[in-house]
Design a protein around this ligand. Structure first.
Ligand code: UDP
Ligand code: MG
Length: 316
């Protein structure tokens, strides 16, 4: 029997794209139904992440007209990752598989067929992987690729060029529920769940309309969170650095004692100044990084809810 597919689509100020997204998803669902790939109970769930524009109003209207579309309204803006999580946790009991996708049509809707087929082949997690970065600016492409490489060297198990366009089975989502972290970086957590997984390649398009909700500042924040939520190697690196500098300073100590007895001790002011500045800077950096981890522990220890649902538009 065909399995039930739920789509979770986070929306933050997406009034410009929702109509088009809805139309294309509807067409896709009809064709999937015809092919017998998904069951008639399949749904699309829009998660309104505290939008300030008409997004929720539009979602409400879509739901009124067509019960295949549902809406979840979060109590306020909690960020993309938490919006996706809220959707997954809300629908997991009713769905056999869930696909998460951005609202802006950058992710290729036609990749959904292949994802569902791979699910039927027995895969629990199907990652949507971009096969090129043609539509990105040079800057975005360069920073994104450097970042993926950095994460890999830091020992984070991450799928190269995969964002948050993926299919997960019910049991994978159930297991993911046990990852309670508040500092959520789904891309790093999903591979930790394990289970058989595979990739589906797709071309990423330009945003259909509206502008990116990830300005540089948010992107940097997200990137930094990704590292410090998933790897403690930066702290180890600092320890190593401290050790090396300590060794060097022992060398310097011996050197200055020798210079003292040779009698030319006023010499070396500039090297002294440089090392004071360099060491001061390094110490601040080290304290900063350690502080970042302590900040994370602080947030995790509070275990605040990661999202709060204000309203859930269902069929009944
Ligand atoms: N998004 C969200 N909450 C936020 C920011 C973004 O739910 O605080 C959603 C947004 O509506 C979109 C997806 O996350 O569906 C990806 O955002 P966007 O397309 O702006 O990011 P980009 O593709 O530029 O990285
Ligand atoms: Mg986008």
């Amino acid at each position: 029997m065909a399995k039930t597919l739920y789509m979770v689509v986070p929306c933050y100020n997406e009034e410009a794209v929702l109509a088009e997204t809805t139309k294309r998803l509807k067409d896709k669902y009809i064709s999937l139904l015809k092919e017998g790939l998904i069951s008639i109970k399949s749904k699309v769930v829009y998660v309104n992440d505290g939008s300030k524009d008409r997004t929720w109003e539009i979602i409400t209207n879509i739901h009124k007209e067509d019960k295949m579309f549902r809406g979840i309204c979060l109590s306020r803006n909690r960020g993309h990752q938490n919006a996706v999580l809220a959707g997954l946790m809300t629908v997991k009991d009713e769905a056999d598989m869930v696909i998460t996708m951005d609202a802006d049509l950058q992710d290729d809707i036609d990749a959904i067929d292949e994802m569902v087929k791979q699910f039927n082949n027995g895969y629990d997690i199907v990652y949507g992987v971009r096969n090129s970065r043609k539509t990105d600016t040079f800057f975005k492409r360069f920073t994104a690729q450097t970042y993926y490489k950095l994460l890999l060297t830091l020992g984070v198990d991450i799928v190269y060029n995969h964002a948050d366009f993926r299919l997960m089975s019910k049991r994978a989502i159930n297991e993911m529920e046990n990852f309670k972290e508040v500092n959520l970086f789904l891309r790093g957590i999903v591979p930790m769940v394990g289970f058989p997984s595979t990739n589906v390649y797709y071309e990423r398009h330009e945003r259909f309309a509206g502008e990116s909700k990830y300005p540089l500042k948010k992107m940097l924040h997200f990137a930094f969170d990704g590292v410090t939520s998933l790897s403690i190697k930066p702290i180890r690196f600092i320890t190593m650095l401290g050790l090396i500098i300590f060794m060097l300073s022992l060398g310097m100590l011996i050197y200055s004692i020798v210079i003292h007895f040779v009698g030319d001790s006023a010499w070396g002011w500039s090297s002294l100044m440089t090392s004071v500045w360099a060491l001061g800077g390094l110490q601040l950096l080290a304290i900063g990084i350690i502080g970042e981890y302590i900040g994370k522990i602080y947030l995790e220890s509070k275990a605040r809810p990661r999202f709060i649902i204000q309203e859930y538009l269902k069929d009944e």
